[in-house]
Design a binder for this molecule. Sequence first.
Ligand code: ADP
Ligand code: ASP
Ligand code: MG
Length: 409
Amino acid sequence: MKKILVQKYGGTSVGTIDRIKAVAERVIASYNEGHHVVVVVSAMSGQTDQLIAMAHKISNQPDEREMDMLMATGEQITIALLAMAIQERGYPAVSMTGFQANIITDKAHTKARIMDIPTEKLKNELEKGKIVIVAGFQGVTETGDITTLGRGGSDTSAVALAAVLKADVCEIYTDVDGVFTTDPNVVPEARKIDRISYDEMLEMASLGAKVLQIRSVEFAMNYGVTIHVRSSFNNTPGTIVTREEADMEHVVVRGVTYSKNEVKLTVMGVPDRPGIAATIFNSLAGANIIVDMIIQNISEQGLADISFTVPQNESQKALQVIKGLVKEKLGARQIICDDKISKVSVIGIGMKSHSGVAAKMFDTLANEGINILMISTSEIAISCAIESKYTELAVRALHDAFGLDKQVS
Ligand code: ADP
Ligand code: ASP
Ligand code: MG
């Protein structure tokens, strides 16, 4: 069998009819090199946001099954248009929704996980010589309900397809030249990273570098898929995301990320006794809410304040869960919702063997007069929650302080 190439084109890359025609040319060029080509596309840029905005004009908390039904329509437009553009140029193409491509997920609407992708149907189409175009971001449950994979989920569709089809590489085409030391749209001095380990990329994605969805990196790591992140606007080689290589640890800090979409919730005056934190976080987990940073302060009268951050789009749900608990079993005095929180992070596998990174980070923020609200660390990352209005300032200062505009990756 010929080699299989999986290519994913993001929202900006298919954002206009002209862009879709340009993608068709690129796909055909790869097909003409003798590959089987599977293309995953996102919705046109802004489309998913528009669909969500429409739903919110009807309800503050729309039903999640119906949200998936709605959001999945964006990608259905682009797969059909791209298939037409390819056919118009005289090449065989077939578009498939997630359902048609057998992308089986669990039932966690709006953030479903891919469980399985039986490939028979896809392979049949490839064997017929067709270019197969699959809708990103969407799947189907075993019982036939349409699901979506969370924002940015087309990356995960592509990597999962590359894994099951045993593709040599999964090319992620986007609107920047690759993965940069920080968001190049915030810091113009940011540099493209040529090669990055799965671990660092996973950490960067989890901490806000939206160039790849976290789960796509998890998939790549678990199945050994090499990802090539590159621009759909030129032919410059991009960034290879791969296993850790010997010289990667020489770089102490690989990148700086930020995430603006966090909300801090504080439950004030809960009894300071075993089981309280377990009650709160079990309930949040039960509602499928992902909690990020957590701190607890103990006050004198046997009471504690517990603060934690959640993604902004889950804050209402989290608030409801907590309100329910306060009534039933927490006995807390007050809940405070602070929605102007950002998280800035520095990441690098070199941190495992170098000290002083945290100190330098705190110094840098202090020199800019930025107060740190919360801190969390992992083996290869340090994150600080700060007031949102300082985000860009903090990112630029950290990028500069760690010399990322100069380092050779
Ligand atoms: P697509 O629509 O192609 O999926 P996204 O908007 O999801 O594209 O991701 C690309 C964007 O990610 C870039 O335009 C850039 O602003 C942002 N970004 C954030 N951090 C980084 C980073 N470290 N490297 C590259 N891009 C980044
Ligand atoms: N269209 C979806 C989104 O905007 C998925 C994607 O683009 O990857 O999040
Ligand atoms: Mg994306």
